[in-house]
Design a protein. Structure first.
Length: 367
């Protein structure tokens, strides 16, 4: 196996050297990420996607640079241009692939000018070019010399151990990232459901208020019509009393008309009572529906809070909680929802609790 690795070459490099360079530059990239995060945020955090002290994208990037740009290393201009293009292309593809796998943006340059989909931006692409010049001209000759100083058998044994740990870390991290993505999907769906319930409650309250105003206007209109009818009916009643003595023959007709009016009045009263019952029933139904929606909103919020609590209870150095700390700009879903509430909970959980001040007994005595 060792002989195969040392004799098989790819783009002028033996497989033994390729595997060694991948490990070294993965670890070097992780160190740079940690230093950059400490300098910009003042916090020392594991900035890698994996749990271990490695960033695979740096290892892959450097291998691609070595394969492609080694023949051009005598030209500063070509080396710089290649250093701008190749790492940027790898960062673009890597960010897009991670988003497709987990529906999560682990980094986002959307706020930077001249960015492409938020995956890469001009500022960091130019920095990649400078970094490539430094590594190819200064760093890599030293690294290659150190690798050659290690006996091949010793290097082979060390790499076997490290790659076994590397592979295990990849598997563990893949499951953790998948679990985080599923939890965030569920929390996002719960947030949408809570928003929909809130809209339904608002609409129901608005409809109830509108119906109450409409009924009040109808009652006022009915009172006005009744008053107008009473004013119009008064002269007719006076005329009827004046002619009642002279027109005895129409008494039965008047009684019949009065009887019919009484029946109509009774009918109107019954209809009004029935309408009032229906209105009361509708009001009670709306109140019951509003109570049901309130209970549903509370249940959904409780489920969301429990999911958040489960995420925050994961270990700090591995798993989803570590990922949230490692990628402060992490965004999830098509809407790119920033996990503000989750981050606030994480900050509260990790901030040291202030010890209550214990005041001793007051030993002062009144003079």
């Amino acid at each position: 196996m060792l002989n195969f690795l040392t004799t098989t070459t790819v783009c002028g490099f033996s497989l033994y050297h390729v595997l060694a360079f991948f490990l070294i530059y993965s670890c070097t990239g992780w160190c740079l990420e940690v230093i950059f995060a400490a300098a910009t945020t003042g916090q020392l955090v594991n900035r890698g996607f994996l749990n271990g002290p490695v960033c695979p994208i740096y290892g892959f990037g450097m291998i691609i640079v070595l394969f492609t740009l080694t023949p051009l290393q005598d030209s500063v201009l070509l080396l710089y241009i290649g250093g701008v293009i190749l790492p940027s292309a790898l960062e673009l593809v890597g960010g897009w692939a991670l988003y497709k796998l987990y529906h999560t943006r682990w980094w986002d340059y959307s706020d930077f000018p001249f960015n492409i989909g938020g995956y890469i931006c001009l500022e960091f692409s130019l920095l990649w070019g400078v970094g490539t010049l430094v590594v190819m001209r200064i760093v890599h000759p030293v690294v290659a010399g150190l690798v050659d100083m290690v006996p091949p058998f010793v290097g082979f044994v060390v790499m076997c151990v490290l790659y076994a740990v590397y592979a295990a870390d990849v598997v563990v991290t893949a499951f953790a990232a998948s679990g985080l993505a599923k939890t965030l999907d569920a929390m996002e769906q719960l947030a949408d459901s809570i928003h929909a319930v809130s809209d339904a409650m608002t609409q129901l309250l608005g409809t109830t208020a509108l119906n109450a105003d409409q009924k009040l206007d109808e009652q006022r209109l009915q009172l006005k019509l009744a008053a107008a009818e009473a004013r119009e009916a008064a002269p007719k009643k006076r005329a009827l009393r004046e002619t009642l003595a002279a027109v005895r023959a129409k008494t039965e007709e008047a009684r019949g008309a009065a009887k019919r009016a009484s029946e109509i009045a009774k009918l109107n009263t019954a209809e009004a009572a029935k309408a009032a019952q229906l209105a009361a029933k509708g009001t009670m139904e709306r109140a019951a529906e509003l109570l049901r929606l309130e209970q549903l909103a509370e249940e959904l919020q409780a489920r969301s809070d429990e999911m958040q609590a489960q995420l925050l209870r994961t270990p700090r150095i591995v798993g989803p909680r570590r990922m949230l700390r490692a990628f402060p700009g992490l965004k999830h879903g098509v809407k790119k929802t920033t996990l503000k509430a989750l981050r606030l909970g994480l900050a509260r959980r990790e901030s040291p609790e202030e010890e209550p001040k214990k005041n001793g007994p007051d030993t002062r005595k009144d003079a």
